[in-house]
Design a protein around this ligand. Sequence first.
Ligand code: CIZ
Length: 299
Amino acid sequence: MNVRERIEELRKSRDAVILSHSYQPPEIQDIADFVGDSLELSRKARDCGAAVVVFCGVHFMAETAHILSPDKKILLPEPGAGCPLADTIDADLLRAFKERVDAPYAVIYINSPAEAKAESYAVCTSANAVQVVQSVPSDRVAFAPDLNLGTFVAGRVRGKEVLVYPGACRPHAAADIDDLKAGKADWPDAEVLVHPETSPLFWDEADHVLGTGGMIGRVSESPASRFLIGTEEGMIHRLRTLFPDREFRAVGGIFCPNMKRITLEKVERSLDLLEPEVSLPETVRSRALSAVERMTGTT
Ligand code: CIZ
């Protein structure tokens, strides 16, 4: 039996579902039951009937799945797959930031640790950040941890001051603008879609600034046949799978090494041993859940 066959057998015998983020390597996306963004996958984890969820992504994503599904076993096949952006904030840093900027309410990007979510009024994703910030019952809102996304939101909400924490996703924030311009020169007819974690220099060159779910929605309704994509390059496999009749090219050289740490062998091992499991103390989980539910009430 090869590794794919062993995974298949274990998936059945363990009553498991395999979820993959759109930034995962192609071979992981291809064996997954569902591929999507962190919130979509956490909702799939909650709504599926399976007892075991193998979350192929990074730590904060598996944690979010646990926040929504405390009774399921949430496995992260590579426990070292972290998110340096999420690591820029924690509960103490967020409390200090809210105090320093004199903003009683914080909106926190889903790319953050559960302890910081528990200190926040609401969670947001790149898709709904503007609506979530707009819904906060205060005219001063602290936003953490992504500076570029927060700046994007600050420019779009009405009647509120958004005080932005200076965290960054390095691969997105340091994306190569010359590569984007070269892509546009090669494919002048292409539509340019970039992620809000990239810098404003990228937004200025783009037709649309969107999270990964928004990119899929835009491609499905666009008349264009070619697209330049300014986000983590794993997204190209996702888009090619969904839209085999269109052409996609990654621009900016955006590569997340943490997203590539899960292998088929690690998925198999995780299913076999039912570890490593991700869970949280109930006090943190339930407070983080309230912040996630406020987002859901908004969007
Ligand atoms: O929330 C997610 O899954 C991430 C990391 C990005 C996005 O835009 O979907």
